[in-house]
Design a protein around this ligand. Structure first.
Ligand SMILES: [Mn+2]
Length: 316
């Protein structure tokens, strides 16, 4: 066993209190990786770990195993200090949200991530940017440490992979498919797990479909822009993935932009592209992201944001 894993096991064995957090506004990978670790620790070390979150959890994750065992950060007393804090899929310090105070006061911090990180918080770090999901990092480490799995752990790791790869549409390496194949052999029921995520609320789906039907098209139909105004934004649960997905289905549409009026004079922008990079556009608007999926937030009104977006797409 290598030194890092020995240290991990030693820290878990000796910790009297353990907490685990993903990033603020957890997505499937962040939430499922955290819960998988919680169960791994319980099953293998007979210890309780508390999974702490900040922000909103999308309703579509309601049916994820052990989902009801998550604890909102504000419910943890100010004076609480953890011996061991484990971070998963958190990216950089700013994504810790309300958990940051607890991370800062912990005796030892370990991280499992698949985001490149200039601002390392943990004293012990597992993972790298080659993985498609943080859940793969958890899986690899637990396997190397020869830890036991049960059905919940297998399902949670698989769900982390399913969500971060968009049902395997955004697979970057064969490794993630090999991991998924192993998990299926271990008992992950893929159709059941994919189904379990089709769980949005009716109002959200209705707002998303209405937003799609009101979309506007520019650049001879190559750019679709959809807009959600403030009253409807409250009904949105998550990022409006259905809007982005449906508009991206249209023949000839190369770019999809979703403008979300989060507050007065605050607009969230999500940008998707079929293949040409658009992260430069997001960066020009003060945001960032991946090559074909990026975004930004502007503190301006909807009309002026839309004008800026249209300007940014000139020449594309
Ligand atoms: Mn992730």
């Amino acid at each position: 066993m290598n030194e890092q894993i020995e240290l991990l096991i030693d820290k878990i064995k000796n910790a009297k209190s353990i907490a685990i957090s993903g990033h603020k506004n957890p997505d499937g990978d962040s939430l499922c990786s955290a819960l998988a670790l919680m169960k791994i620790i319980e099953l293998n070390f007979n210890k309780t770990a508390t999974v702490i979150y900040d922000g909103n959890i999308p309703k579509e994750l309601d049916n994820v195993p052990l989902r009801n065992q998550m604890c909102f950060h504000a419910h943890i007393p100010e004076s609480k200090k953890y011996d061991l804090y484990i971070l998963v899929d958190y990216g950089t310090r700013i994504h810790l949200g309300g958990a940051e105070r607890l991370v800062n006061s912990a005796d030892f911090v370990i991280e499992f991530d698949h985001h490149f990180n200039e601002d390392v918080v943990g004293a012990l770090c597992f993972g790298n940017s080659d993985k498609d999901a943080a859940a793969q990092v958890v899986y690899e480490v637990a396997k190397n440490a020869k830890l036991k799995f049960n059905q919940d752990i297998i399902d949670l790791i698989t769900l982390g992979i399913i969500t971060d790869t968009g049902n395997f549409k955004f697979v970057h390496s064969g490794e993630v498919l090999r991991d998924a194949a192993e998990l299926v052999d271990l008992g992950a029921d893929m159709p059941h797990l994919v189904n379990l995520l089709d769980n949005k609320s009716k109002k959200t789906v209705l707002v998303e479909s209405e937003t799609v039907s009101k979309a506007e098209f520019y650049m001879r139909g190559r750019l679709a822009i959809a807009t959600i105004r403030q009253p409807d934004y409250k009904k949105l649960d998550g990022r409006g993935s259905l809007v982005l997905w449906l508009l991206g289905q249209i023949h000839g549409v190369e770019y999809v932009v979703l403008l979300k009026e989060q507050k007065e004079n605050q607009v969230g922008i999500s940008i998707r592209s079929r293949n040409k990079p658009i992260n430069n556009i997001a960066e020009a608007l003060g945001g960032g992201g991946h090559s074909c999926a990026a975004g930004a937030v502007l503190m301006e009104n909807l009309e002026s944001v839309k004008e800026k977006v249209l300007n940014a797409f000139k020449g594309m």
